[in-house]
Design a protein around this ligand. Structure first.
Ligand code: PEP
Length: 248
């Protein structure tokens, strides 16, 4: 069965609530493509107004992070149940900026993935190598380590519905995109890793995005690769260009 492409914007720490609503309104006529899933992953404070603003459209809302505990004394954190109640469907987990700046490790990310699934959210689980790792020739070893550790205790049935985003760190926000061959090679490797961990049917079902300086000019070629099922888009998701990416 063909996998439906999923194109998600990662707004990062951009857009105040009023700016967010304005952006959603500007993008609304440009992102109409029922053949793909369209997601805006937005800052926590923008979730409620953005959920309201996308009502009745083809756009779903995602969060950029969550905490794995149910509730309690975790000042500043947001639970999976809060996201679900607010109308969120997806949640980015393990973005390289969270791994790097906020020291999120794979044991923590594994807890987040499991909690997100349990709550009914779809995790967009990020993985990716640094430039140093790529130059050392350990890209696939590193990514296999991330995937295996982040999915400990997650069943095949659960994995089928998650999204994995391959994001080479050296390509994020740098304007430096992985070549189509590099992106496809790693996405294929991730699918092979899932097949080894689970089975071929699970690997064939899971959606794998590429992320890293995706833009209106390179999206079509990247998304045409057999193992690339869409993109996680940072900078270009905040502009009209996102419409061109969605309607690639
Ligand atoms: C990202 O932050 O997930 C990302 C891919 O950013 P950019 O598209 O700006 O490289």
């Amino acid at each position: 069965m063909a996998r439906k492409k999923i194109i998600a914007g990662n707004w990062k720490m951009n857009m105040t609530p009023s700016q967010a609503v304005k952006l959603v309104e500007e993008l609304a006529p440009l992102v109409k493509n029922d053949e793909v899933d369209v997601v805006y992953c937005v800052p926590a404070i923008d979730i409620v107004p953005v959920v309201e603003a996308v009502k009745g459209s083809n756009v779903q809302v995602g969060a950029e992070n969550m905490y794995f505990e149910e509730s309690g004394a975790y000042t500043g954190e947001i639970s999976a149940a809060m996201l679900v109640d607010a109308g969120v469907k997806y949640v980015i987990i393990g973005h390289s900026e969270r791994r790097d700046y906020f020291k999120e490790d794979d044991a923590l990310l594994n807890k987040k993935v499991k909690k997100a699934i349990e709550a009914g959210l779809v995790p967009i689980l990020c993985c990716g190598e640094s430039l140093e790792q790529r130059e050392m020739g350990v890209t696939m070893d590193w990514i296999r380590f991330q995937i295996k550790s982040d999915l400990v205790g997650v069943t095949a049935d659960q994995v089928k519905d998650i999204v994995i985003a391959y994001e080479p760190i050296w390509a994020i926000g740098t304007g430096k995109t992985a070549t189509t061959e590099q992106a496809e090679e790693v996405c294929k490797g991730i699918r092979e890793c899932i097949a080894e961990m689970y089975d071929q049917a699970t690997a064939d079902a899971v959606r794998i995005q590429y992320g890293g300086s995706v833009n209106a000019g390179n999206a079509a070629e990247l998304f045409a690769q057999p193992n690339i099922d869409g993109g996680l888009v940072g900078g270009a998701s905040l502009k009209a260009d996102f419409g061109k990416i969605v309607c690639y």
